[in-house]
Design a protein around this ligand. Structure first.
Ligand SMILES: Nc1nc2c(ncn2[C@@H]2O[C@H](COP(=O)(O)OP(=O)(O)OP(=O)(O)O)[C@@H](O)[C@H]2O)c(=O)[nH]1
Ligand SMILES: [Mg+2]
Length: 466
């Protein structure tokens, strides 16, 4: 890798010209908070640098990847994905999960490839730059705001709130608000603060429809007027100096200065996309969370069929994401005997969304994976039956434990139908969630960190370009 990095720097002088001659492929990695984006990118890159565990990636299996190395990324103003820090966290002597990341970041991995088949004797090697972009899925959900006026958005959000206990404080505050009264900054700030608190509590309670997405992940916009608004009941005949009018103005500023730039600068350039989904956590949280997650996946996918959105259509001008992979993460929480059920659930959960994406010309697939395998499998006797368990080091206590999360149904409808019908609890028992710490690793030279089906994910996403 050090060699490679040096070579990469050596060619930096020709970066401008090489951009025209050496193809690059931009891979977007997204998912809602804690879905597993950072671990996925870190392990994918580590396993592309050391390809011993990537047998399902045809180019790796056939030995056609001559070298892989990190290079300076093409975008100077986007934070670099902190690959080395995250890898050190995961594979160091005291392995731990990397910190939460709250903004977009990027990493360039360059591959030198030998051509396949007949061409291999005639043509020399070629280079492919893989630009990996990590961005929060919450930002995609903001696309829906572009079609809505402030009055429409407020009405929709306010209609949802009475059914949610976590909204009580915000609803209470609203009763003291006079939309036609003159704008008052402390009042606006109080509204925004309590509304943000509601979004955070809703998120923690398993609701996924928590836009505006930047309220949860403000980054350096924290405290600025574009994030200091909240829904208040629609009003007519308001004056320019009213609270309502100022809220409306800020909502429009959020769309123009936060939402649109993200789609223009990042989203519109993506060629391939992986959407990571923490299905097991949603199942553990209950039917409401599963239904909400399914809805959010549909909304996330709306961004991939731009036909419906005028702004996006004109931005993309016919360019589209070519492949989209939906991956249920953390499959190492289940024994492999349960992986088919997990795959069936992610397939069913994203079916509608995927059908629409196919309609828009993108090829889609769904699978269950673990970017970093933290467990081993074992079978335990329980009441005369054999339970397929996984064993790992528990995150909170550090103790080793075997764990059986409950039987996932063969037919995903057994989960999705009650979820859709608004069931409060699962009828068939409980699904346990458990958090494992990453296991200490002793990697052989040439091997990346252990994973489950990361190589299949890579084959689907980039295999045709290798
Ligand atoms: N067992 C297991 N746990 C995982 C795996 N990937 C992620 N996790 C767990 O999920 C948590 C979140 O993973 P991240 O990769 O940080 O998720 P993220 O989507 O980048 O999260 P944010 O940056 O907070 O949005 C980790 O801290 C782990 O607890 C995996 O492959 N196996
Ligand atoms: Mg992250």
């Amino acid at each position: 890798m050090t060699d490679g990095a040096a070579r990469g720097l050596g060619s930096l002088g020709s970066a401008v010209s090489s951009r025209f001659f050496e193809p690059s492929l931009r891979l977007g990695v997204t998912g809602l908070a804690r879905a597993g984006k950072t671990v996925f990118i870190t392990s994918l890159v580590a396993n592309l640098l050391n390809r011993g565990r990537m047998l399902q990636l045809a180019a790796a299996r056939q030995g056609r990847i001559e070298s892989a190395y990190l290079q300076p990324q093409p975008d100077d103003t986007v934070p670099r994905f902190a690959y080395e820090d995250h890898l050190a966290a995961l594979t160091g002597p005291a392995p731990h999960w990397p910190d939460s990341t709250r903004a977009v970041s990027e990493l360039r991995l360059s591959l030198t490839l030998r051509p396949a088949g007949l061409l291999s004797g005639i043509q020399g090697s070629r280079r492919l730059h893989l630009d990996i972009v990590d961005y929060p899925g919450e930002w995609l959900l903001d696309l829906g705001l572009l079609d809505k006026t402030y009055a429409q958005w407020s009405a929709e959000v306010l209609a949802r709130l009475p059914a949610r206990p976590v909204a009580a404080e915000f609803l209470q505050l609203l009763t003291t608000v006079e939309p036609k009264a003159p704008h008052d900054e402390p009042k606006a700030q109080a509204l925004a603060a309590v509304f943000t608190g509601y979004l955070q509590a809703a998120r923690a309670a398993g609701f996924y429809d928590c836009s505006p997405g930047r309220f949860l992940l403000p980054g350096d916009l924290a405290g600025s007027p574009v994030l200091t608004f909240a829904p208040i009941p629609p009003e007519e005949a308001v004056t320019r100096r009213s609270l309502w009018h100022e809220m409306e103005r800020r909502y429009e500023a959020y769309k123009a200065k936060v939402v649109k730039p993200f789609f223009r600068d990042h989203f519109s350039r993506i060629d391939r996309q992986v959407v990571l989904v923490d299905t097991l956590s949603a199942i553990h949280s209950g039917p409401q969370a599963v239904e909400d997650l399914r809805g959010a996946m549909g909304d996330v996918l709306a961004a991939f069929r731009p036909g419906r959105n005028g702004f996006l259509t004109s931005l993309l001008r016919g360019k589209r994401v070519e492949k989209i992979l939906f991956a249920a993460t953390k499959a190492d929480h289940l024994h492999h005997l349960q992986h088919p059920q997990m795959t069936a659930i992610i397939e069913a959960m994203t079916r509608e969304a995927r059908d629409r994406a196919q309609f828009a010309g993108a090829e889609t697939a769904a699978l269950a994976l673990a970017a970093l395998r933290a467990t081993t499998e074992e079978t335990r006797q329980h009441d005369g039956a054999e339970l397929p368990c996984v064993r790992g080091r528990l995150l909170d206590s550090g103790r080793q434990a075997a764990f059986y999360p409950g039987a996932l149904p063969e037919d995903p409808a057994q989960l999705l139908t009650p979820a859709r019908q608004g069931a409060a609890r699962w009828l068939e028992g409980e699904y346990q969630a458990m958090q494992f710490a990453p296991a200490p690793l002793n990697l052989k030279p040439g091997d990346g960190p252990p994973h489950i089906r990361l190589d299949r994910a890579a084959e689907f996403l980039i295999g045709d370009h290798l």
